[in-house]
Design a protein around this ligand. Structure first.
Ligand code: BG6
Length: 507
């Protein structure tokens, strides 16, 4: 069996220099911190990727001491880290944590935060870069940013100050614009890192590597060769106790407005001149701006919404959405959304992009499937074969990260019979390593000041501009919410979006 040492591909997995940093996490006792942020920080420490001078300041409303928080954080890491914590690494990381208990609008709390930051600087013997990570309910985002500004913490001589802002960034175009306005009245755009954790996923970045590091894809990457694209983000989980958030959001806001439109951009964008924050994001914005938002009249024919009813997941009965705790029994919130979009530019005009996402579907699967046009003529057509099928290039983002290309191949034997076979790349097998969690990469990038994998102000607004008319039509018009049993592929009515002869891929 190959060993890590013998595998030349692992040489590419290197460590980057990260400047000394103090990371202040607002909402540090919340669910995201517990499941994702603290475990990600542990894994960075485990791989030696955290800067030598690093301090974490947890800001939250609960009344805890530094030690209480450390104990809580240690448990969270033990439970959710992807690697089993090494006691020494964990102890060292916990020792770098402080806790500031405060309401998010209390100026005194920001004074205590300043003291904690100053202490961290003193210990380090230099001014640390400062990152304010907003992992709170979204209503606090502008409150915290403005309080940071009022306390004069938005800049620091001799160090960089940045804010990482979690999703959701607004609930529609108007609120996103307002949040941008309030944020940018305190910080400059270069200081703002809007998170979309999909951009931190290895396979998502691999879409750019495949497209731009290989000459063979570019010639076919356009309307002349590509027939259609399906982007799927299916989940088998339900709403996981997030009833209040989810019932106000729904699938379109929760996953399409951000993650799925990001995937669309990376798939469609022109090659950037350099892999830097502005050049990459300029290209992405051009893609979103080429997607013409539907008129409200068009919504019924380009979007389908659904909601899960009772059903079975992994052999277990599960309740329908309206029976979930905290969900009103007459809720019309969509837990499934499917769309047909067009990117109206020179490269993509006329190619349908089908997007679908949903909770409580048959299984967890995120993939982008690019189907090429069939060959124009085939001289050999023999019975008993599946026959020629169009090539499909599939980027599987999760769970089994990799890329597959289906090719027509001859079935062994005397006759010329064709059936599709797969050419596969699996991340785990090629690199002999587990891919890092998206948050590890993104926290590291924020500390390094690299905003390439974060959403820019104009980008987030352009995403909302596509979703707004759909949300409006869904809330104001009598457009059905189709029920689908939990554990299935979603409502069959989503087939109406497809062109004749096309099918949604099986989950
Ligand atoms: C989040 C959504 O942004 O992404 C969740 O709010 C969803 O509802 C999650 O479950 C999916 O992320 P992942 O990484 O599991 O695909």
């Amino acid at each position: 069996m190959a060993t890590i040492e013998a595998n030349p591909l692992v040489e590419g997995l290197e460590r980057l220099p990260v400047p000394p940093t103090a990371l202040a996490i607002f909402g540090a006792t919340g669910d995201l911190a517990r499941r994702k942020l603290l475990p990600a920080l542990y894994n960075l420490a485990h791989q030696g990727q955290l800067p030598e001078r690093f301090s974490l300041i947890a800001v939250a409303r609960r009344d805890l001491s530094d030690d209480d928080f450390r104990e809580w954080a240690g448990e969270a890491i033990g439970r959710f880290s992807r690697t089993r914590p090494d006691p020494d690494v964990l102890r060292e990381l916990l020792a770098r944590m402080r806790y500031v208990s405060s309401e998010f609008d209390d100026p005194d709390g920001y004074e205590r935060l300043r003291q904690a930051l100053d202490e961290a600087d003193e210990e380090a013997g230099q001014p640390l870069n400062r990152i304010f990570y907003l992992s709170t309910a979204p209503s606090f985002f502008p409150v915290i940013i403005e309080a940071i500004g009022a306390a004069g913490l938005n800049e620091r001589e001799g160090a960089d100050v940045r804010a990482v802002i979690e999703k959701p960034f607004g609930t529609d175009l108007a609120s996103a614009r307002e949040l941008n306005r309030r944020t940018l009245s305190v910080l400059s755009e270069e200081q703002v890192f809007r998170i979309d954790h999909y951009l931190g996923k290895e396979t998502v970045q691999n879409m750019m590597a495949f497209r731009f590091a290989n000459a063979m894809f570019e010639p076919v990457w356009n309307r002349n060769y590509i027939d259609n694209v399906q982007i799927t983000a299916a989940e088998d989980i339900g709403i996981e106790g997030r009833s209040e958030y989810y019932d106000n959001a729904g699938a379109l806001r929760d996953l399409v407005q951000n993650h799925m439109l990001q995937l669309l951009c990376l798939l469609c964008m022109e090659p950037p001149a350099a892999f830097d924050a502005d050049k990459v994001r300029d290209e992405k914005v051009k893609v979103v701006e080429s997607v013409r938002p539907p008129t409200e009249d068009e919504v019924a024919s380009m979007a389908v919404r659904g909601q899960y009813g009772p059903g079975t997941i992994a052999g277990e009965p599960v309740p329908g959405y309206r029976e979930e705790p905290g969900i009103p029994p007459d809720s019309k919130t969509e837990t499934y959304a499917a769309l047909r979009l067009y990117v109206s530019n020179w490269r993509w005009a006329g190619v349908p992009f089908y997007l679908r996402t949903g909770k409580r579907l048959a299984r967890k699967l995120t993939e982008i499937a690019v189907t090429l046009r069939p060959v124009p003529h085939l001289a050999f057509q023999e019975g008993g074969a599946v026959g020629p099928q169009p090539n499909v290039l599939v980027f599987t983002v999760q769970p089994d990260e990799g890329v597959t290309l289906t090719l027509g191949a001859k079935i062994p034997g005397a006759r010329m019979r064709i059936r599709p076979v797969n050419m596969e790349f699996h991340y785990g097998t090629s690199f002999l390593s587990q891919s890092p969690e998206a948050y590890e990469r993104l926290i590291l990038d924020a500390m390094r000041g690299d905003a390439t994998l974060f959403t820019r102000d104009d980008e987030v607004e352009a995403f909302w501009a596509i979703c707004d008319p759909i949300l409006r039509a869904w809330s104001e018009r009598d457009i059905p919410v189709y029920e689908y049993p939990a554990g299935t592929d979603g409502p069959p009515e989503a087939d109406q979006l497809l062109a004749p002869g096309q099918r949604w891929r099986r989950l």
